[in-house]
Design a protein around this ligand. Structure first.
Ligand SMILES: [Zn+2]
Length: 263
């Protein structure tokens, strides 16, 4: 029995020693794993940073509001054939200072960017063929013209009893702040009825249904006021090209949304 006990205690001691050395081994393995993990983490961080540094994506941050999206879009489309007609100008995105424009004068004295003239003519021909008679009430505008329109609108609201700041705020929802009007680009037109053969609602209805086929979009739909920053203007049409206009019409997107989706 004693022997047996002795034997058994000797066996126990051996087991304890074995366990200790196994524990030590395990401890070493754990330490090695931790060191490997730290090295791996460091390697990952360094490589991650390197990837970010060589990323080809342009990082743009200009101005406020929607400008990040739009600047990126303009940048991205710079080499694109259609970039000129997808330029975004709104209250958050002023016209570039070096913006160049070549005008074509219309028969009633208004003018538009030469590049949109054929599409505008085609659209008007198609409308007349359908018995609808539109006229271009306003095409290209200079910055001075835009400024005087703004002043007139503010004065109108002040005459109605608004304070100066109220009148200014109200006017700015109807008239674009000079430097931010699409009319200064020459690729937007206010279209009204001739007032004899057609009335306004006939013309607006026809344009809304058919404008996109000629590359023109209703620029400020009533449902998109918060995105465009402009109240409903059923007469204001903007040229974006047939492809973009069709997509925007099919998906019910305003220009801001369309450009954001393209990013
Ligand atoms: Zn307009």
């Amino acid at each position: 029995m004693v022997n047996c006990n002795n034997n058994s205690s000797g066996y126990e001691r051996k087991r304890t020693l074995k366990q200790r050395s196994r524990k030590r081994k395990n401890h070493m393995i754990l330490r090695l794993i931790s060191v490997a993990a730290v090295i791996g983490l460091l390697w990952y961080c360094i490589n991650g940073l390197n990837l970010k540094e060589v990323s080809p994506e342009p990082i743009l941050s200009v101005g406020t509001g929607n400008s990040n999206v739009s600047s990126a879009s303009i940048e991205k489309n710079n080499n694109d054939e259609t970039s000129w007609c997808l330029i975004l100008v709104n209250r958050w995105n002023a016209i570039p200072e070096d913006y160049d424009i070549d005008l074509t004068e219309l028969s009633n004295g208004q003018a538009v960017d030469t590049r949109i003239y054929p599409a505008l003519q085609n659209m008007f021909d198609a409308a007349r063929a359908d018995g609808v008679y539109p006229v271009v009430a306003s095409g290209y505008r200079t910055a001075e013209k835009q400024q005087s329109l703004m002043e007139e609108k503010i004065a109108t609201y002040q005459a109605e009893g608004y304070t100066v700041s109220q009148a200014k705020a109200e006017a700015e929802t109807w008239v674009a702040i000079p430097g931010t009007s699409e009319h200064q680009l020459g690729i937007a037109v206010d279209i009204n009825a001739d007032g004899v053969k057609s009335n306004g609602s006939e013309v607006y209805k026809w344009l809304k249904q058919n404008g996109y086929r000629f590359g023109f979009i209703l620029r400020y739909p009533p449902s998109k006021t918060e995105i465009t920053g402009v109240s409903n203007e059923p007469w204001h049409y903007r040229y974006v090209g047939i492809e973009a206009a069709t997509e925007m019409n099919d998906q019910n997107l305003c220009l801001e949304e369309y450009l954001r989706e393209r990013d």
